[in-house]
Design a protein around this ligand. Structure first.
Ligand SMILES: [Zn+2]
Ligand SMILES: [Zn+2]
Length: 358
């Protein structure tokens, strides 16, 4: 009995529980927040946990995202915050000039280096926790013809920092310019405080919907062959794989700003959506389930990139994210279990129309 308790309380970190291929399956993936599953069945306690608990709707991801967007607006956005002149925010951005656009590009490159580079440095370069909590025991390829320079990490960094950061910046700059010219519906906190805050809660739903359908479209054969194959050369993913995409895919994937053509919002909300799109993939492709933040006390933080790891590993599944259960609703979920693998195999044998694959 005591032995069983001890075994149960042991942390499954993948060091002794891998299959023959070196893969570690930590759990069955949850499909979507409980808030979207059967909210009417949620007890008040479970609803509070799903909203305010760790990895819940608000904390930490969306709170950090909102904080970063507000910080960017006040400190790191040319023509806004502390850089706004007498004429008000963005008044100096009514002309598209290389100076302020290059500053925005430098900012976005710095953010990518901080987030993707930070995860990479700790988990892959220093290998601070070895392969504990790593989904596969393999490390990024260093001698492979599939990648530029024969090196997966250099290849991934190249696509992220050139085409990725450029398209991201170009879209943000065009939107700032359009806001500056008064072409877009712009609301402020002072005049619309409820809507201003509500948007931080609603826009993650837009992010999930956009990601799911754009991602499925990129798996349509002609598009896949022209562009999305480049991202999928990364079967074994790392933080820099997230934004390693073909330029055509960057144009489509980063088009989430489109909603602000019709949605009354503040440029901070546009930054909030675009920064999630540009920076989120670094964590989503980290390849680790948990990060050991303090080794002596074994203090860990869940980063849970299992959901999308399975997409790279098994391909025709898990197109979305795990906030809105779109994969479950639309029959493309792989829950990470053996039964899930069998289900996928069966689906692949069906004609594509019956499968519902775009
Ligand atoms: Zn894909
Ligand atoms: Zn991916």
């Amino acid at each position: 009995m005591a032995e069983a308790v001890a075994a149960e309380s042991q942390v499954d970190d993948g060091t002794t529980t891998r299959n023959g291929k070196g893969e570690w399956t930590p759990r069955v993936v949850a499909s979507g927040s409980p808030l979207f599953s059967r909210p009417w069945r949620l007890s008040p306690k479970a609803a509070a946990k799903a909203l305010f608990g760790w990895n819940g709707y608000l904390w930490p991801v969306r709170t950090i995202d909102a904080g970063l967007a507000i910080l960017t607006w006040w400190l790191l956005q040319p023509g806004a915050g502390i850089w706004a002149g007498q004429a008000g925010p963005l008044a100096s951005l009514t002309e598209l000039r290389p100076g302020w656009i290059l500053l925005m590009y430098a900012r976005n490159v710095a953010l990518l280096l901080l987030i993707a580079g930070g995860w990479h440095l700790r988990l892959y370069y220093r290998r601070a926790q070895g392969s504990r909590f790593k989904y596969t025991s393999r490390w990024p390829a260093t001698n492979s013809k599939a990648f530029l320079f024969g090196n997966q990490v250099w290849d991934n960094m190249f696509w992220s920092l050139t085409s990725g950061a450029m398209v991201w910046t170009l879209y943000e700059a065009l939107m700032m310019w359009a806001y500056a010219r008064g072409w877009l519906p712009w609301i402020g906190f002072a005049s619309n405080p409820v809507w201003f805050v509500a948007l931080f809660l609603l826009l993650p739903i837009w992010n999930d919907i956009h990601f799911y359908f754009v991602h499925r479209l990129t798996h349509w054969k002609p598009f896949y062959r022209a562009a999305h194959y480049l991202h999928h050369r990364n079967i074994n993913v790392g933080p820099w794989s997230g934004m390693a995409m073909h330029p055509i895919e960057h144009l489509l994937y980063l088009s989430r700003w489109l909603i602000f053509l019709v949605l009354p919002a503040h440029p901070i909300h546009m930054l909030y959506v675009m920064q999630r799109t540009g920076l989120g993939p670094a964590t989503g492709h980290a390849g680790f389930d948990q990060v050991v933040v303090h080794t002596p006390s074994d203090t860990r933080m869940s980063i849970d990139s299992f959901y999308h790891y399975l997409h790279h590993r098994y391909f025709e599944c898990n197109y979305g994210n795990n906030l809105l259960p779109l994969d479950r609703w639309l029959g493309t979920l792989h829950d990470g279990t053996e039964a899930g693998v069998e289900l996928l195999k069966k689906r692949r044998k069906l004609p594509r129309e019956a499968d519902g694959v775009v």
